[in-house]
Design a protein around this ligand. Structure first.
Ligand code: NDP
Length: 338
């Protein structure tokens, strides 16, 4: 299948790209600069342009940003991953909401207008569009695809964490509304992962410009948690290779059409990450908090559960263990100088 992948330089997208190629798909990916085109091309030296090609889309927040990029002969599927995921923002609307929402509606409008051969679209949404921030640890509740974050526009502006969660919630809602109102020729699936961890691709990354969800592991390696292990925040996670495969399966499996997928491996805590590093990497012992340092553990009482059955059954995902994910992440961080 000929697939357009947006944001091909991202942490998750780099794995989606590799899995698409492995499974014989032909990929066109958007990135923001010629420099990123070169890096990705150099990392795939034996892949011909017919299998891997590029389009530059500098800013997905601009109306019409994807109008030209989707004009690809024989294009059948689109995987839209590009969206800001970081908290160092100055303007919630400009830095988070606009690229998330306009990026999503923009790619859907462009496909409807300029790419009539597209049959299926997959969008990377998030657990951020599922969780209910007013409920805290929500004991007894089982999160699933049925849940929607009730966050409001007003709440989006309270802090950057709300801003990010609102950006993902509003973008996903806008996508389903587009399908309902515009009745396009294509179907939609969304993949809604919680915290995504696992190996980075070295050619796109440095320790300083590391994607947000892997920073907590890097911080352990850099001795930043010696006094206290930070609060875990959200206690659900998935390995990047599993969530990437879920995106690819969502374009391959017809039953995925019209569904959200709460792609979750299970629970984790920051303390568990620390103990995995301690067990496997003696070279970092001097940077780690000692075993009796406080913080980062699961809360004392019960917390929410999760239902990942749809992702396992419909997409056939078998979830990697936290141990495998963190070991491979730490190895990849070493390769960029950790
Ligand atoms: P990255 O920061 O690595 O990837 C984000 C991608 O989006 C990058 O390719 C980035 O390009 C691109 N991007 C951001 N803003 C713009 C813009 N204005 N114009 C064009 N491109 C833009 O993070 P992840 O790989 O983790 O995130 C990918 C997707 O997964 C996002 O939709 C995110 O919300 C979602 N997600 C991530 C989770 C996680 O824990 N990692 C959890 C749940 C969902 P560039 O790098 O060139 O700026």
């Amino acid at each position: 299948t000929r697939v357009l992948l947006t944001g091909g330089s991202g942490f998750i997208a780099a794995h989606v790209l590799d899995i698409l190629l492995e499974r014989g798909h032909s990929v066109v990916t958007t990135v923001r600069s010629e420099e990123k085109v070169q890096k990705i091309r150099e990392a795939h030296p034996n892949v011909p342009t017919s299998k891997l090609d590029f389009r530059i889309v500098e800013d997905i927040a601009q109306e019409g940003a994807f109008d030209e990029a989707v004009k690809i002969d024989g294009l059948e599927a689109v995987i839209h991953t590009a969206s800001p995921f970081h908290f160092n923002i100055t303007d919630t609307k400009k830095d988070l909401l606009d690229p998330a929402i306009i990026g999503t509606t923009g790619v859907l409008k462009a496909i409807k207008k300029n790419a009539p051969s597209v049959k299926h679209v997959v969008i990377t949404s998030s657990f951020a569009a599922i969780l209910n921030p007013h409920k805290g640890l929500y004991p007894g509740h089982i999160y699933s695809e049925q849940d929607w974050n009730p966050i409001t526009l007003e709440e989006a502006y309270l802090n950057s964490s709300n801003g990010y969660r609102a950006s993902k919630t509003f973008a996903e809602k806008a996508a389903w509304e587009f399908i309902e109102k515009e009745k396009p020729n294509f179907t939609l699936s969304t993949i809604n992962p919680p915290l995504v961890m696992g190996p980075i691709v070295h050619y796109l990354n440095s320790l300083d410009a590391l994607n947000t969800s892997n920073q907590r592991t890097r911080n352990f390696l850099q001795g930043k948690c010696k006094e206290e292990i930070p609060d875990t925040g959200v206690y659900l996670w998935i390995d990047v290779r599993d969530v990437a495969l879920a995106h690819v399966k969502a374009i391959e499996v017809p039953e995925a059409a019209g569904l959200r997928f709460f792609a979750t491996a299970g629970k984790f805590s920051n303390k568990a990450i620390c103990e995995i590093i301690r067990k496997h990497f003696p070279e970092y012992h001097s940077e780690l908090p000692s075993v009796d340092v406080k913080g980062g553990d699961y809360p004392e009482g019960p917390i929410y559960g999760y239902d990942n059955a749809r992702t396992a059954k419909v997409l056939g995902i078998e979830f990697r263990s936290l141990e495998d994910s963190i070991v491979d992440l730490v190895k990849s961080l070493k390769s960029v100088g950790a």
